[in-house]
Design a protein around this ligand. Structure first.
Ligand code: AMP
Ligand code: GLY
Length: 421
């Protein structure tokens, strides 16, 4: 099987590594890829991953049997539709189904119709309605940008003035605002491979969205993750599939927009059970890195079965025992305007996944984006995996690089728990 992976982050590097070790894969390409993926995949070149015609032309030229789309933007732009229309198997949903991520209001509508537990929410389109809408919520306030913001358009704050200011800025930018009730409890990410009807859950993970240790600082795309969740209540995965994923998959199919690809539920595990924070229409970054580090069965076989609508015939995935931890290294300035062009050292080692990197003409690997790389550690348990990840991190040097020192710390120490009512 010739597999083309679209994207250039550490998530895509992790997907490529899983595929590279797969006996079913005969050739591998990444587009656009990064300095790290060049070691394991061809880089045929792609000027714009969100241009459906360009992606189809590349997939035809490179003779891809399967295209795996990493990021949401190409999916929202209709890359999946264009590939399927050209007769090319694609792992990733149609533009219509990708709206589960692309529009938070659409996601809420689907959840309401499917009876899925989630925060109470209100859309605000007009500055004049903002104060009255805020009155109907209690602190902490949750203010969201109803557009694609990769987790960065959200403000959670106890301060009403801050909430108001953020909402006004979002409205000013021409986007509707979504106000939500606050969901208490630890967060979890559950990835499910879906072929329109059949749902195959992967191991649950936890992401660290804030920039700094102990959840200080702004929201980011994600600064680290681990899997599985030693603190998860018994039966969590089956419960989330039954009460959340399956009803949403059924609802999307009933609307004539079946979901095929990776349905990612961002959950709050509250005292009254799992509730949805958001859905994404693709693998999460950085959770994909620890999840795939634990996958033992064939990634290619699983993704191809989803793309071809034959998941029901596929054996369930198998997992390594133990745990995996990923720590993200971000450039100076992230999540704001970042400095690029810093020379990265020690980034060729095992367990180092590249994201915002490129190889300069003189051969040096330099930073080229916000999240520059991820290290992945594995071990018998979270403490072991955490040590392994930070040991690898110690061999990498990025001037001005920022990373959290507390990824998986509390979970390894048994200090994470679902609140009891
Ligand atoms: P989102 O872009 O919807 O994924 O939100 C980003 C982050 O904001 C989430 O990972 C949570 O940490 C936080 N968040 C979003 N919605 C809520 C909510 N209703 N209650 C509590 N925290 C939330
Ligand atoms: N890990 C968060 C995301 O991928 O959106």
């Amino acid at each position: 099987m010739r597999v083309l992976v679209i994207g250039s982050g550490a998530r895509e590097h992790a997907l490529l590594l899983a595929l590279a070790g797969d006996p079913q894969v005969t050739a591998l390409a990444a587009a656009p890829g990064n300095a790290g993926t060049a070691a394991i995949a061809e880089h045929p070149g792609l000027a714009d991953a969100t241009d459906p015609e360009l992606v189809v032309a590349l997939a035809q030229r490179w003779r891809a049997d399967l295209v795996v789309v990493g990021p949401e933007a190409p999916l929202v732009a209709g890359v999946g539709d264009a590939l399927r229309a050209a007769g090319i198997a694609c792992f990733g949903p149609s533009a219509a189904a990708a709206r589960i991520e692309g529009s938070k209001a659409f996601a809420k509508d689907v959840m309401t119709a499917a009876g899925v537990p989630t925060a109470r929410s209100e859309a605000v389109r007009d500055l004049a309605d903002l104060d009255r809408a805020l009155d109907r919520f209690d602190p902490p306030y949750v203010v969201k940008d109803d557009g694609l913001a990769a987790g960065k358009g959200v403000l959670v704050t106890p301060d009403r003035d801050d909430a108001r200011r953020h909402a006004a800025a979002v409205l000013d930018a021409g986007h509707p605002v979504l106000l939500e009730s606050f969901l208490d409890g630890p967060e979890a990410s559950l990835f499910c491979v879906v072929d329109g009807t059949t749902v195959v859950p992967l191991v649950p993970a936890q992401d660290f969205k804030r920039l700094g240790d102990d959840d200080a600082g702004p929201n980011t795309g994600g600064m680290g993750a681990y899997a599985p969740l030693p603190w998860a209540p018994e039966g969590l995965v089956d419960d989330v599939v039954d009460r959340i994923i399956a009803p949403v998959v059924t609802e999307l199919a009933a609307r004539g927009t079946p979901f095929s690809g990776l349905l990612y539920a961002g959950l709050a595990l509250t005292s009254s059970g799992p509730q949805v924070i958001e859905f994404n229409c693709r693998f999460g970054d950085p959770e994909t890195q620890p999840v795939l580090a634990l996958l033992r069965s064939s990634a290619a076989s699983l993704l191809a079965a989803a793309a071809d609508g034959r998941l029901a015939q596929e054996l369930p995935p198998t997992w390594a025992p133990g745990a995996a931890v990923t720590v993200v290294v971000a450039a100076e300035g992230y999540p704001g305007a970042v400095r690029t062009g810093d020379v990265l050292r020690g980034a060729d080692g095992h367990g180092v996944l590249h994201a915002g990197t490129r190889r300069r003409d003189d051969g040096a690997v330099v930073s080229s984006g916000g999240r520059v790389l991820s290290v992945v550690g594995t071990g018998d348990d979270l403490e072991d995996a955490r040590r392994d990840a930070y040991d690898r991190l110690a061999t990498v040097d990025l001037p001005g690089g920022q990373y959290r020192t507390d990824i998986a710390r509390d979970a390894a120490a048994g200090r994470v728990a679902v609140p009891v009512s």
